[in-house]
Ligand binder design. Structure first.
Ligand SMILES: Nc1ncnc2c1ncn2[C@@H]1O[C@H](COP(=O)(O)OP(=O)(O)OP(=O)(O)O)[C@@H](O)[C@H]1O
Ligand SMILES: [Mg+2]
Length: 241
C-alpha cells in the first residue's frame, strides 16, 4: 500500500464538481507529478488532502489512517505538508524571520526529538538562500520567494511535500535550479508530489505522472507512457501541459 491512498475522492463547490471521484496512490519515497489543464482540479486535490477543504465524498488514508476532514495543522503534524500556488510569506519581515517562525511553529516531531534543522540559516543555505536572511521577504525576486516557500514547508519536517506550481513564473534557468533542489529531497526521506505546467521541469523530476481533466484522472503511469497517451494528447491538442 502506498503512503497516501485516495479513494473515490469528490469535491463540489456548489454546482462545480472540482473532483469527481478520484482514485490515487502516492508513495512517500519519490517524486510524483500531477498535471492537467487549468481548472482540472489539481489545487483542489492538494486542498482536500491537506484539510483546507473537507471532501464531499470518498476517503484519504495516510499510512493506514483515515485523515479525511481533519484540520490542516493536524495533517501537517503527520508529515503531509504543502506549499501554496500563490507564494506566501510574511512580507515586511526578513527572510530569516519567516523561516524562524516556521521552525518555531514546528510540525512533525522527529524520532528522538532532535530537530533536523538547527537554525534558519542552515535551512536557508539548503534551499540556496544562504546570505539572504536579512532581505525583506516582500521584495524578493520570484525565484527566491519560491525557495523561501520550500524552506518554510521543510521547517515542518514533511514526510510527503506537496508543491503547487513551484516553477510558475520562473525562468528556465531558475526552474532548473529549483529542480536541482527538489531532486535531493527523496534521498533525505522526503517524498514529493508536484503540480506544475512547466513540462521540462516536470519531465526532469518525475518518473510518474498523473493527469487530471475536469476533476477525473485520465492517465497515470510512467512519464513517457503518459506523454504519448492518445487521451492525454487529445486533452492538450498539442498545447502546453
Ligand atoms: N474555493 C472555491 N470555490 C469555488 N470554486 C472553486 C474553488 N476552488 C476551486 N474551484 C473550482 O474548482 C475547479 C478546479 O479548480 P482548481 O483550482 O483545483 O484547478 P487547477 O487544476 O489547480 O487549475 P490551475 O492549473 O489553473 O491552477 C475550477 O472550476 C475552480 O473554479
Ligand atoms: Mg491550481
Amino acid at each position: 500500500m502506498a503512503a497516501l491512498e485516495i479513494n473515490g475522492l469528490r469535491k463540489a463547490f456548489g454546482g462545480v464538481i472540482a473532483l469527481g471521484g478520484v482514485d490515487l496512490s502516492i508513495p512517500d519515497d519519490r517524486i510524483t507529478g500531477v498535471v492537467g489543464p487549468n481548472g482540472s482540479g489539481k489545487t483542489t486535490l492538494f486542498n482536500v488532502i491537506t484539510g483546507v477543504y473537507p471532501p464531499t465524498g470518498g476517503s484519504i488514508t495516510w499510512h493506514g489512517e483515515d485523515i479525511s476532514g481533519r484540520a490542516p495543522h493536524q495533517i501537517a503534524r503527520k508529515g503531509l505538508v504543502r506549499t501554496f500556488q500563490q507564494a506566501m510569506s510574511f512580507p515586511g519581515l526578513p527572510v530569516k524571520e519567516n523561516v524562524q517562525i516556521a521552525l518555531e511553529r514546528g510540525g512533525r516531531q522527529l524520532r528522538g526529538g532532535e530537530p533536523r534543522w538547527h537554525s534558519p540559516e542552515e535551512l536557508l543555505d539548503f534551499v540556496g538562500l544562504g546570505g539572504r536572511g536579512n532581505d525583506d521577504a516582500g521584495s524578493m525576486p520570484f525565484g527566491n520567494l519560491r525557495r523561501l516557500g520550500v524552506a518554510v514547508a521543510l521547517a515542518a519536517n514533511p514526510v510527503l511535500l506537496l508543491l503547487d506550481e513551484p516553477a510558475a513564473g520562473l525562468s528556465d534557468g531558475e526552474a532548473s535550479m529549483l529542480a536541482d533542489l527538489i531532486i535531493k529531497l527523496p534521498g533525505m526521506g522526503i517524498g514529493v508530489c508536484l503540480i506544475d505546467h512547466h513540462m521540462t521541469f516536470m519531465t526532469a523530476l518525475c518518473q510518474r505522472l498523473i493527469v487530471l481533466d475536469f476533476g477525473t484522472k485520465i492517465a497515470d503511469g510512467t512519464t513517457q507512457s503518459v506523454l504519448t497517451d492518445p487521451k492525454v494528447m487529445e486533452v492538450y491538442l498539442g498545447g502546453e501541459l
